[in-house]
Write a protein that binds this ligand. Sequence first.
Ligand code: GLN
Length: 491
Amino acid sequence: MNLPASISEARARLADRTLSANELVRAELKAMAAARPLNAFITETPEIALAMAGESDRRLARGEARALEGIPLAIKDLFCTKGVLTTAASHILDGFQPTYESTVTRKLWEAGAILLGKTNLDEFAMGSSNESSHYGPVKSPWRRAGDNRPLTPGGSSGGSAAAVAAGLALGATGTDTGGSIRQPAAVSGVVGLKPTYGRCSRWGIVAFASSLDQAGPFARNVRDAAVLLRSMAGFDPQDSTSADRPVPDYELACERPARGIKVGVPGEYRVAGMPPEIEALWQRGCDWLKAAGAEVVEVSLPHTKYALPAYYIVAPAEASSNLARYDGVRYGLRVPGEDIQQMYEKTRAAGFGCEVRRRVLIGTYVLSAGYYDAYYVKAQKLRRLIKQDFQAAFGRVDAILTPTTPGPAFALGEKADDPIAMYLNDVFTVTANLAGLPGISVPAGLSADGLPLGLQLLGPAFAEETILTLAAELERAASFTARPEPWWRLP
Ligand code: GLN
């Protein structure tokens, strides 16, 4: 069977009954099994997938198809799924089977989507390369031309990005705290959308940094991302920060003309040492949008250089507090000790990997008496200034265009010993999280060694439609059709 190339194509074939949900799911499960060398999934759920496909086929036969009827998806293993192992890629959640379903995944199932499995990620979503996973790194489906070294799919949602890029799922969920949807999407050659803070409910998603975390979709194209977002978004009384406003039909936004939209290009994103090919890609993006009738102007985001330092204080601070709950009593791993204190200590020492421990240490430090004002409060003030930069810019323009990452995928191990080099990956993405704004990454070209590069569009709060319109335009202009050679395929 010819697997459909997109959700829109699958939807059409399922609707005209030239394809059944069962056939589609079987084909995806087969592709997943053949792609195990990628290590994209922590848990595969074939029985659940086939049962859900059965229900979809019955609904399709009755003419009662829902918005995502029969569409197989991969779910980042940070979303709690009822009765299905949920690990956050941490040893400390060993054997944890939630008794509840995250709101976002519940909404996807209620729209008829099908769970294929739970995807690998950096431990507790802390990282940009997937190398901090307790289950081992995901390998990117991509390789540099003439070089067989395994590359990172990006992180932290590396398994979701790899699954979509390798054709193992038609779409996937991710979470983005500082770039974990957009960065892996960019370096894996797929579309990734981080919605406005509050657009999707965080309920039932393992928390990393609660004031920054947002769920969003990975997809093969912009329209598919819009279709997925429509089912994921919406008010949830169980998340007090979720936004009580209607969910638009995002798909329609992909058809609107870009003519007349004002796009800003922030000079401060021209960071020192940026590779010329990234600079050139950015320029091409500007030209494409201009050719489509958009107006491109320079804008200034003067506090950009403080974004990474502010992020790497705020995110660990919140993480250290959120991760206090893993004590060996309530979830997963327990390492017994002589008394309860020792049990906590032993469990946490054995359960957390080294990046997570680093974040807990940094976070606890910046929140401690005596350092709180010097670090945490200062970072919060910078966060306010970064937000104000965007407010001022969005007084003049409707969206902002930047590269998504400062370079293409790197080799596994290349940055593993240098946390600062790793953190620099997030230079163009963390600002949107600090300011709570929506962003999307679109595959826009290939690097000199044949690896995908992405362009990022940022918008004002709840302007997902504007960035989707522009993203669809970039997608048309870039006509990115490159696909990785399936070196991973087992016989
Ligand atoms: N790479 C960033 C970090 O390590 C962002 C991670 C994320 O968005 N979850 O914190």
